[in-house]
Design a binder for this molecule. Structure first.
Ligand code: PLP
Length: 301
């Protein structure tokens, strides 16, 4: 037993400087960021287009849009799923605020469904009783990097004609029945902010395999214009739009980090196993777990 807590003046168990800043930075990051800085395009540029392509290839999606936040990508998902004024969207009662506020940003109403205590994810068996004639979509959150039980969710969505949006902001690389998150519902949002497994400072990614959803999301993304990222802009506004695009410098850093993401996830898995072994048997402590068929990414553990 320690004589005195560090907060009361005792010596800290973990000396200052032991915990390294996230994410680690090496020469790849330095070179790619400086190359972008020395280039002539600082708005949506070649690194943005490449980050979209590389992320889509890494995750196995047909379409990706690089955004300035995960929250922006969630708002785009509302439009992709054609949610509007007065519609209801089912969301888990426990998540980051953006999973619910994105619904209100598009004048729809979040309907909260409780979570399952074992997984901390949405209680799938309580979704159906929350559905009304106004329900348009279900937002599932793979919280802390543990995927939601998607098979029954997709069956419910199919039965009621609903869209399923994955909030995968914490779940890069996590898998359900061997399939990566971001490919399990109809569209998904990832975050690239400083706390996340893939970091570019701030940033996000909207992904889908559905071309019509991709086009709708893209309209909101860039001022309501309908231009393809690499196409010529006509400067006509066709819908209510925001400015959710990413910039080249940030995307350059995101690309450098993406090259190392699989390695980071491996290390995270080893660290999680070590932590679980050390903590096993601690009274009254519930540890995160991955049921059979789930690959946790151990974010936040
Ligand atoms: C981080 C996070 C977001 C928002 O991402 P930002 O990039 O910070 O906007 C949304 N949902 C969840 C579950 C998150 O963890």
């Amino acid at each position: 037993m320690r004589e005195q807590l560090a907060s009361k003046g005792g010596s800290p168990a973990i000396p200052p400087g032991t915990i390294k800043p996230w994410p680690p930075v090496d020469d790849t990051d330095r070179r790619m960021v400086l190359d972008s800085l020395e280039s002539t395009t600082h708005t949506f540029g070649p690194n943005c287009a490449a980050l979209q392509d590389e992320f889509a290839a890494w995750n196995g999606n047909r379409f990706a849009l690089t955004t300035n936040s995960g929250t922006a990508a969630l708002h785009m998902a509302m439009v992709a799923a054609e949610c509007g004024c007065g519609d209801e969207v089912i969301v888990p009662a426990y998540s980051w605020s953006s999973s619910a506020t994105c619904v209100m940003q598009h004048n729809a109403n979040p309907v909260f469904v409780d979570i399952d205590f074992g997984t901390m994810n949405i209680a799938v068996d309580q979704i159906e009783e929350a559905i009304t004639p106004k329900t348009k979509a279900i937002i599932v959150v793979h919280l802390h990097g543990l995927p939601v039980d998607m098979e029954p969710v997709m069956a419910i969505a199919e039965k009621h004609g609903l869209r399923v949006i994955e909030d995968a902001c914490q779940a890069h690389g996590a898998r359900y029945q061997q399939r990566k998150v971001g490919r399990l519902g109809h569209c998904a949002a990832f975050s690239l902010n400083q706390n996340k497994c893939l970091c570019s400072g701030e940033g996000g990614m909207f992904v889908t395999d559905d071309e019509a959803m991709f086009r709708r999301a893209r309209t909101l993304w860039s001022f309501g214009e309908e231009v393809a990222p690499t196409g010529r802009r006509d400067y006509h506004v066709y819908a209510m739009g925001w400015m959710y695009r990413n910039n080249d410098l940030t995307a350059a850093w995101g690309r450098a980090q993406l090259k190392k993401l699989d390695h980071y996830l491996e290390v995270q898995k080893e660290n999680a196993a070590c932590l679980t072994a050390e903590l096993a048997g601690t009274p009254a402590l519930l540890l995160p777990m991955a049921p059979e068929g789930y690959d946790h990414n151990w974010y936040n553990y």
